[in-house]
Design a protein around this ligand. Structure first.
Ligand SMILES: NC(=O)c1ccc[n+]([C@@H]2O[C@H](COP(=O)([O-])OP(=O)(O)OC[C@H]3O[C@@H](n4cnc5c(N)ncnc54)[C@H](O)[C@@H]3O)[C@@H](O)[C@H]2O)c1
Length: 436
């Protein structure tokens, strides 16, 4: 199949590389000249595992020229960003611009919407912009840090459109559905084939928002539970273990933390809330989840202030900037928001994240970005863990040897309080040490 992909971000690039690996002829249209240059040099702009291997192995054509990208394409997939507007609704300007370009420069065919969009968007594009093509909604569920693995071994493939398009979508994903793709380095096909959930466009669009909203709800629930446990003298780690062992609840997304962030959950929860509200429905559980998430960071900041508020000349080593481990993505990261709150106190903050090499633009100028953990910790009064990188819990004794004082604030339930004590730290966190 000849495919053009618009947008070379996490979803666009992962889709393009995976489809190319499956044997499709793929071209990518990207408007960011720096990203085009990087991809042409086979540099990975995302820091995603397996992207370098696939870039080297593929003959992907990356261009900012629409006619070159769309030449001979049977299918165009759109994977541009859909950030939030001030009112919380999804900003569809990049998607609308991309679809206008497709209508103008591509020959009629199938247009696959991979971006996360409000219910009714694909119907509108079909009716108003892309009437000569068939529009299919094909939302993506990949996780950053595992983009290629999730593309090739997804939990399910979701697509919605007119019945006549189903065969094409099945052909597009055949080696993924059948788990018969050629291995990529250590990534091999699974033994279990994957299901294609084929539905109408509106259901596909809602299902994508539903998945993210549900996961955010689970995280907010467990954050709330950790806060309750702290007031009841219960051990939240034991409580979670009990939940984890219940298959109806499931193991994932049960680690309390600073709150969820990233490029998807904040905007998608707000977009779903706004979508419901625009149709006269008050999605009050979701509203509470969003509000809980806003308050979660406040609680952690209050915990730090409780210990350090009266001191002057406070030095903080902030461990982690990415919104979660396994990625360099700092968009809507609670760790970056925390950095902002700490410097507002007039404290000196030295930050380190193993994946973050370029300074995130939202990071306050007063925060020093360090090249290694020791550099960040040197002379610090407190270690503050803001992203759950396992490496941060590995050598606490070495950290304590270079810090000035012995406070450790764990915002991600990462460190075992006993290990912290053994290394000479006083432990404070979302999951406080409870010993009866
Ligand atoms: N990042 C994720 O983990 C993830 C997972 C599932 C779904 N999604 C959804 O997929 C969509 C894309 O997300 P992303 O994280 O890949 O975005 P991104 O911001 O990483 O990438 C979008 C890319 O599209 C390019 N672009 C924008 N308009 C363009 C145009 N008109 N022509 C050519 N290029 C254009 C941008 O320059 C950018 O490189 C969003 O709707 C998002 O919600 C993201």
């Amino acid at each position: 199949m000849r495919i053009a992909v618009v947008g070379a971000g996490y979803v666009g690039l992962a889709s393009a590389l995976a489809w190319s690996h499956l044997g499709h002829d793929v071209r990518v249209l990207e408007r960011d000249a720096r990203r085009v240059g990087a991809l042409r040099r086979h540099d990975d702009p995302l820091g995603e595992p397996l992207v370098p291997e696939l870039l080297d192995a593929s003959d992907l054509l990356v261009t900012s020229d629409a006619s070159e990208a769309f030449a001979r394409a049977d299918m165009v997939a759109v994977a541009v960003g859909t950030p939030q507007t001030h009112g919380g609704r999804a900003d569809l300007s990049a998607l609308d611009a991309a679809c206008a370009t497709i209508a103008q420069a591509a020959r009629p065919g199938t247009v696959v919407v991979r971006s996360t969009v409000p219910v009714g968007t694909a119907d509108r594009l079909q009716r108003d912009v892309l009437h000569r093509s068939a529009v299919v909604s094909n939302p993506e569920f990949l996780r950053e840090g595992r983009a290629i693995a999730d593309m090739l071994r997804p939990d399910r493939v979701l697509a919605g459109g007119e019945g006549g398009q189903r065969d094409l979508i099945e052909a597009l994903y055949a080696p993924i559905l059948g788990q018969s793709f050629t291995p990529v380095a250590e990534l091999r096909p699974d033994l279990t084939p994957r299901a294609l959930v084929w539905t109408d466009r509106r259901s596909a669009e809602l299902a994508k928002y539903a998945a993210n909203a549900f996961l955010a709800t689970k995280l907010s629930f467990v954050n709330e539970l950790a806060n309750v446990a702290a007031t009841t003298g219960s051990d939240i780690r034991a409580v979670i273990e009990v939940l984890r062992l219940d298959p109806r609840i499931g193991e994932a997304f049960l680690r309390p933390g600073l709150g969820w962030g990233g490029s998807c959950f904040p905007k998608d929860t707000r977009a779903l809330e706004a979508l419901a509200m625009d149709r006269g429905y008050d999605f009050n559980i979701l509203r509470a989840v969003i509000e809980q998430n806003r308050r979660q960071l406040d609680r952690f900041v209050a915990l730090i202030e409780g210990e350090l508020g009266a001191r002057r000349d406070v030095r903080i080593a902030l461990l982690g900037l990415a919104f979660k481990s396994g990625t360099a993505d700092c968009r809507e990261s609670p760790a970056v928001a925390l950095a902002q709150r700490l410097v507002e106190r007039g404290w000196s903050v030295r930050a380190y994240d193993p994946a973050v090499r370029e300074r995130p633009c939202e990071l306050p100028a007063a925060v020093a970005l360090c090249d290694d953990i020791r550099d960040a910790a040197l002379g610090a009064d407190a270690i503050v863990i803001a992203t759950e990188w396992e490496a941060f819990a590995r050598d606490l004794t070495a950290l304590r040897e270079v810090t000035r004082d012995d406070l450790l604030f764990d915002g991600r339930c990462l460190v075992d309080p006993g290990d912290a004590a053994a290394a000479g730290f006083r432990y404070f966190g979302i999951c406080p040490a409870t010993r009866h």
